[in-house]
Design a protein around this ligand. Structure first.
Ligand SMILES: [Zn+2]
Length: 192
């Protein structure tokens, strides 16, 4: 379904530009202590993206305070937590499964080589952890008629089709950004 998008390096370039803007906002706001933030990026090795897009996704913006040394990691449209796959792949693969896509669409997504166990874990996250987040608990009332929880994230993705965003996927990735920055510790390691 969004596979063409996932293989388009311009898409990742655009995501990087958005993250750049989000990082600049974070830096301008300074540390909670008022200290100046210095760049302290996390290297990333995301899987599943086209080779030419790797330079646009091989780091996550993060800052370290010059005063108290505390980490501040901006929200991101590229990375949803510590997962080694970019958020776009996680959302697209789960949306396709949830909406019972065609066999052809499934085979195309299969070419991304995401392990079945990883997909199962992602889908569980949508049904459990995601539903306990303030973003969902408070944000779901913005959608009328209500988003069908059993069909997440496909049911959310389709709500962004009519917006003026670059693509439905881009719209959803922006909407999800409040979930993308945990504590500094949770961003230190990558997990599958
Ligand atoms: Zn500080």
């Amino acid at each position: 379904m969004c596979r063409a998008t996932l293989q388009n390096s311009n898409f990742y370039r655009l995501l990087l530009r958005i993250d750049q803007g989000l990082a600049e906002q974070t830096r301008a706001q300074r540390c909670r202590c008022g200290g100046v933030l210095h760049s302290a990026r996390y290297p990333r090795k995301p899987r599943g993206i086209p080779r030419e897009a790797l330079p646009d996704c091989d780091f996550r913006y993060s800052f370290c305070c010059a005063g108290c040394r505390r980490r501040t990691t901006p929200v991101s449209v590229r990375f949803l937590g510590r997962r080694v796959y970019v958020a776009a792949i996680m959302v697209t693969v789960c949306a396709s499964r949830a909406s019972a896509g065609t066999a052809a669409a499934m085979r195309q997504l299969d070419s991304l080589d995401v392990p079945v166990s990883t997909i199962a874990r992602w889908r569980r996250w949508w049904r459990t952890e995601f539903m306990t987040t303030p973003l969902w608990l408070l944000g779901r009332s913005d959608f009328m008629p209500p988003v069908e929880p059993d069909l997440l994230p496909a049911s959310l993705l389709e709500r962004f089709v009519t917006t003026l965003q670059h693509s439905p996927l881009m719209g959803l990735l922006r909407w999800l950004t409040p979930l993308t920055s945990g504590s500094a510790a949770s961003n230190l390691r990558e997990v599958r």
